[in-house]
Design a protein around this ligand. Structure first.
Ligand code: NCD
Length: 344
């Protein structure tokens, strides 16, 4: 069933809650990836996020739209900023939010993952926010539960809310994503952030190139529709955005570059290499940063060009928008036929 949205949300605090963009249609029950999401759905999330940026900058940050709803953050992999960001997002919207950190040692068997999903499902959450080290695990969970599921990063596969917050950061700075040249640099092979960003940027009409040593270029680079460079100065020539990635040593088998010093020399972003980009090019990094390995502090902390703290700020707003849209869908489905609706 295609989720349908109701009109205004009645506020349990009394009166009609002026939820922004009351009549939007968001045609997804889950947010599992950017793949399969069209430009309208992406724009809907970004537009709604804008209103939450304003709310988060104000004094009273609390709303009651999600009062009575339960959000469970289930992290099978460590995280600080993404988990905190989802937790804040849920709490600012008035939901009850709980965090569950599952030790990696407890997830060796497929049954454990599904058992966990079934156990959580029995507690009637409205949204599960899941991070998992295996690609595809979050989708599997979404097929077994009745609530909405948000992928907070699965293996090397996708990290959709990171790409959405990156898009919001860029859109607010440069007006639009269409026609921009974006260089995604570093450990692209192991990066779910890169994959989600490539999909989103292409969907919104930007041009993407990746800059990485041959050992850190994904095997399927040609199918991603990106230009591949192995030299930073070549790859950064004339770009509007330089998006750096963390070296993901925890996902590497064996050594894929000679040494951290060597890596920084050839692929670390510093003032010198940045000269190849447009003079006002923005610098991005999803965090956590390895300073002195993929990025030099002089550029990471450049208050005019680095938008790294802004990315964190946008993360809360984007996650509020995602929680808001997915829970509206659940409400609309219940309104229509008394059931929770299909898994699309
Ligand atoms: C990213 C992730 O976990 O994929 N970080 C994040 O969401 N804050 C990128 C990374 O870990 O390098």
């Amino acid at each position: 069933m295609r989720p349908r949205l109701g009109g205004s949300c009645d506020s349990p605090m009394g009166g009609v809650n002026p939820t922004p963009m009351d009549d939007i249609i968001f045609p997804h029950q889950h947010i599992l990836g950017i793949e399969g999401m069209g430009p309208e759905a992406i724009s809907t999330i970004l537009d709604l996020s804008e209103s939450y940026v304003d709310l988060n900058r104000g004094r009273d940050k609390k709303r009651s739209d999600l009062r009575g709803r339960t959000v469970i953050n289930v992290f099978f992999e460590s995280s600080t900023r993404t988990r905190t960001s989802f937790e804040l997002a849920g709490k600012r919207l008035g939901a009850d939010v709980i965090n569950i950190a599952v030790e990696a040692s407890a997830i060796n068997k497929g049954e454990t993952l599904l058992d966990t999903a079934m156990t959580l499902n029995a507690m009637h959450p409205d949204v599960l926010v899941v991070r998992h080290p295996y690609s595809g695990a979050v989708q599997l969970i979404s097929e077994k539960v009745e609530c909405a599921v948000i992928n907070a990063g699965d293996g090397w596969h996708e990290h959709p809310t990171q790409a959405l917050l990156d898009a919001l950061t860029i859109r607010r700075r440069l007006g639009s994503l269409a026609g921009l040249n974006v260089a995604i640099c570093g450990d692209v092979a192991h990066s779910r952030v890169a994959r989600s960003n490539i999909l989103l940027l292409h969907t919104m009409g930007a041009f993407v190139r990746i800059v990485a040593p041959p050992t850190l270029v994904p095997a399927a680079a040609d199918r991603l529709g990106v230009d591949v460079y192995h030299d930073m100065e070549e790859g950064l020539k004339g770009v509007d955005i330089v998006m750096m990635l963390r070296i993901q040593t925890e996902r590497m088998r064996g050594s894929l570059f000679p040494s951290q010093r060597e890596y920084f020399r050839y692929y670390g972003l510093d003032v010198e290499k940045l000269k190849a980009a447009k003079p006002d090019a923005l610098i991005m990094h999803p965090g956590p940063m390895n300073r002195g390995i993929e990025i030099d502090s002089d550029v990471a902390d450049d208050i005019n060009r680095s938008v790294i703290p802004e990315q964190v700020e946008m993360g809360v707003a984007v996650r509020m928008a995602c929680l808001d849209l997915l829970t509206r869908n659940v409400i609309a489905n219940f309104d229509e036929d008394g059931s929770a609706g299909g898994n699309t």
